[in-house]
Design a protein around this ligand. Sequence first.
Ligand code: S3P
Length: 180
Amino acid sequence: MKVAIPGVGALNLVYDNIVLIGFMGSGKTTVGKVLARKLYKEFKDVDTIIEKEQNLSVSQIFKEKGEEYFRNLEQKCINELAKKTGQVIATGGGLPIHSTISEKSLIVYINADFDVILGRLPKKERDKRPLLEDELQARALFKERIERYERLATFSVDANQSVATFIHVIADFVLDKRVL
Ligand code: S3P
């Protein structure tokens, strides 16, 4: 979010929270934990919050209550989190597609290629994600979503390398901004 002040040029406004977006399994949770520790911020994971509140896993929610029900929970959760500041928030891959994220968020797109993601995810992790069950459909979903991720992002990071190699790129970018 930028505003032009005559004679000063573009000035960065303060962001309330850092929100990590990206496709399933791109590493948002891992990145979020490391980033929060590095920046002395609180870490929040939307899927984990929902699972705790519902006392069900994401797969169970999809199976027993349906995807629409889950999407409503995601919107409610991100709205609740937006009431506070100073957090690093990891979202589920579908949240930016189905929900609105506060404009006061510094949004970081964790950008990894589909094949890199698949190669990284052990079967146990794949099984937790109902929308990854069918590889062809998941690949199509990936293609469909990229544009929105890119459009929403304040900043995008190439996440095809290990977290250790790119985490400082995100941290430096964030430190250059003002996040409460
Ligand atoms: C989803 C991504 C998952 C989880 C759910 C739906 C999606 O989170 O929210 O399975 O629609 O992309 P991760 O991105 O953490 O895997």
